[in-house]
Design a protein around this ligand. Structure first.
Ligand SMILES: [Zn+2]
Length: 729
């Protein structure tokens, strides 16, 4: 298909009302809003603005440039650093005087620390390593972008000639250089020699363009990208388009059902394999574009070449693991065997790459496992420390595929030399950035399946665990309630960034699915959902319960007995068993937590089925703990009389109980009033005298699934306010 020009979103009416800094923010947000213009977190923008110096009262030129970290799409004023332009230019003198100056020298890295000394008006935002690029070019407004179409040219063997052919004299060329002071100086030199130039192609990286007018700067950035994209699409179509892409199809995609089945069969095991050092969260992608690549004749050769743009391989590693499996003739067992061998080779190759390229002061070797795994017929699996990061990893490999598609259409794709890739990946400045990252939360990298997440304790637990960094799969017979729990979590934490995964893998920190705990197949389907969403599962929490209402004579109907046991005992057992198949495939320590009840201990009249079922559940916990040791710790939480937010206390039952205890219960009184009265009555029977709430149970469940009780298994923790009748003797 011929390239459709990028939409010009600049609104003069809007922009003219903004001050120059906000206009820069506006331009940045527009550019960042389209992934064809730049990738998540990639690229930066700047404006040189005259401002009154707070020290001298004189007007001075200030460079406002997007600071380190953050994303252009969502950047605000505070994401930009502001620096005296004259002082930045002045740094050239001190840099020039350094005997050890040069590309990738200590002198060059030291300049990054010097930018802080040029700060205007105490702006605390740390400067980007790209600051000199923006400062040393003369344009009042500068855009540095990472568009796939332009990187395709930048990653072509004949990049220099193609730049001339596509852009004429308007765009010059600089070969790959690690971003920094030297690259800024090289660009300055290019502009000096050729004052007519308005943009520079940055080999293996992206491009930079500038203009003295903000709007023109924006529209020209778009025009440059359009030119590259139009050129690529014309050549791509002439070569046969999609059907001929990457040398044409070698394999066919599996249908959706077969694909999901294969993913479910390999994902937990695979997650265990790549998570030996630290757990990873997965995103599965099986859309047409990624399948076209993984199914192609050239996929194995191109994947081996690795990615190009530095932003890409910081997440994707220098190359993905491509598994040459034939989805038409080979079975899942063969896939697993090939994956296993592929992982071994990959780790060995990564260690060899590290040894070959390391310097005396390089940081220690990082996790040698692949973060991108490509499988013909199935698609891509991307790994990250959380869902958002795995989606960004996926996004970047999509970018890499687009870059290879373009480069192979117009020329031949070449990746960055491995030493250059290493010098970015293990750059001490990048290491410093990693060290500055906030500490991970307690349940980071964990996936918890919560059964009964549609209300009460289950919903409260979902929210509590997400707060600690967990990913939660909210499962409930009432799938609407579970979806509401997910919505509540998403509206608080967002759904993350990066490309959306395919199917159920397209989610944020929470996902939901229906479950029926009296049906083993339905339980397995819900656990499969969890696996497809995140790549595996680390804990299962069962909070469902059923209480049969007695008839007028206080008797439980026969079918009430059966159903009570089906839910409270057998269902709980099956949920843990099905989750345990995932835990065992992963081979990573895991936990299970079942909600029982103080009634398992307290003997009383009128609740035979429920109370005995909960007593059985207590013993179930003990025996499951023995069965699943040492991999899985199994514990329980025993609440008493959680009335608020509980599915076990509909209005009728609340009223019935109030009447039973000779408390008033008026028809006109609200649910809340009645619930509070009953809750306080129950509270008064306890030692701590305060109503017991779902949040109290969620707190205990958090303890059980966290590492805080790592030496506790087979135990039931009472969260009953201190109910003397429930004390163990
Ligand atoms: Zn860049």
């Amino acid at each position: 298909m011929p390239h459709q020009p990028l939409p010009n979103l600049w609104d003069d009416a809007k922009a003219s009302k903004l001050d120059p800094v906000d206009q820069l923010v506006y331009r940045s947000n527009l550019l960042g809003s389209d992934q064809r213009i730049t990738n998540t977190g990639g690229g930066n923008t700047s404006s040189k603005i005259m401002e009154k110096d707070p020290l001298t009262g004189e007007m001075v030129e200030v460079l406002w440039v997007k600071g380190s970290g953050g994303d252009l799409r969502t950047s605000k004023r505070e994401n930009f650093s502001s620096l005296y332009q004259e002082k930045l230019i002045g740094l050239q003198k001190s840099y020039g005087a350094r005997a050890d100056k040069g590309l990738k020298s200590q002198a060059e890295d030291d300049m990054v620390g010097a930018y802080a000394h040029t700060t205007f008006n105490l702006n605390p935002r740390p400067s980007s390593i790209d600051t000199p690029l923006h400062s040393f070019l003369t344009g009042k407004h500068v855009d540095h972008m990472h568009p796939n179409a332009v990187i395709a040219v930048a990653a072509s063997r004949r990049c220099r000639e193609l730049t001339k052919e596509i852009f004429g004299g308007e765009m010059d060329y600089v070969p790959w250089m690690r971003p920094g002071f030297e690259l800024g100086l090289a660009m300055q030199e290019i502009e000096k020699k050729n004052p007519r130039v308005r943009a520079i192609m940055m080999g293996q990286h992206g491009f930079i363009s500038w203009d003295d007018d903000a709007r023109t700067c924006y529209t020209k950035t778009l025009a440059f990208i359009d030119k590259a994209a139009a050129y690529i699409e014309e050549k791509y179509a002439a070569k046969g388009g999609d059907a001929a892409a990457f040398g044409g199809a070698k394999y066919q995609s599996l249908d959706e059902a077969a694909r999901d089945k294969a993913f479910v069969a390999i994902l937990p095991w695979l997650r265990g394999q790549v998570s030996q050092q630290k757990r990873f969260i997965g995103t599965v992608q099986s859309d047409e574009k990624i399948l076209r690549f993984v199914n192609s004749s050239d996929a194995s050769r191109l994947a081996e070449l690795g990615t190009s743009c530095p932003d890409h391989f910081l997440r994707t590693k220098i190359k993905p693991l491509f598994v040459d499996w034939n989805p038409q003739t080979e079975d899942v067992a063969a896939l697993k065997a090939k994956l296993s061998a592929g992982l071994n080779d990959y780790r060995a190759a990564y260690a060899a790459y590290y040894d070959r390229c390391k310097h005396a002061n390089s940081p220690a070797m990082r996790d040698p496992n692949p973060t991108v795994i490509l499988i013909p017929g199935l698609g891509m699996i991307a790994w990250g420390k959380d869902k958002s990061e795995s989606r960004v990893t996926a996004e970047f490999y999509n970018c890499a595929v687009e870059v290879m598609r373009g480069a192979e259409a117009i020329d031949e794709y070449v990746s960055l030399p491995q030493q250059e890739a290493f010098d970015i990946e293990y750059w001490l400045l990048e290491e410093a950035k990693l060290q500055r990252m906030p500490a991970e939360k307690e349940l980071a990298r964990q996936v918890v399946a919560i059964i009964g997440a549609g209300s009460g304790i289950g919903r409260e637990t979902s929210c509590r665990l997400v707060k600690e960094g967990a990913h939660v799969s909210c499962l409930d017979l009432n799938d609407k309630g579970a979806a509401e729990t997910v919505n509540a979590i998403n509206s608080k934490y967002g759904v993350g960034i990066g490309v959306a995964g395919s199917g159920v893998s397209n989610c944020g920190l929470a996902t939901s699915a229906p479950i029926n705990v009296t049906n083993r197949a339905a339980i397995k389907a819900a656990i499969d959902h969890t696996v497809l969403a995140y790549g595996g599962c680390d804990s299962v929490v069962v909070t469902v319960g059923f209480i049969a209402s007695p008839d007028r004579d206080g008797r439980i109907k026969d079918e009430g007995w059966g159903f009570t046991y089906d839910v409270n005992v057998i269902g709980s057992c099956w949920c843990v068993e099905e989750a345990a198949t995932v835990f065992k495939a992963q081979g990573l320590p895991a936990t299970a937590c079942i909600t029982t009840s103080a009634n398992a201990i307290v003997s009383k009249r009128g609740s035979l089925a429920y109370d005995t079922s909960k007593a059985a559940a207590n013993h179930l916990i003990r025996e499951l703990a023995i069965d699943l040791a040492p991999l899985v710790r199994v514990n329980g939480v025993a609440p008493a009389t959680v009335v608020k937010g509980s599915g076990l206390f509909p209005r009728d039952r609340v009223i019935a109980n109030l009447v039973k205890y000779n408390l008033s219960a008026g028809d006109e009184e609200t649910d809340e009033v009645l619930v509070n009265r009953l809750a306080q009555f129950y509270a008064d029977r306890t030692l701590t005298k305060a109503p017991i709430e779902p949040a109290d149970q969620a707190e205990a469940i958090f303890l059980c699934v966290s590492g805080r009780l790592s030496k506790t298994t087979g135990q039931v923790i009472a969260v009953d306010g201190g109910l003397v009748e429930a004390f163990l003797r």
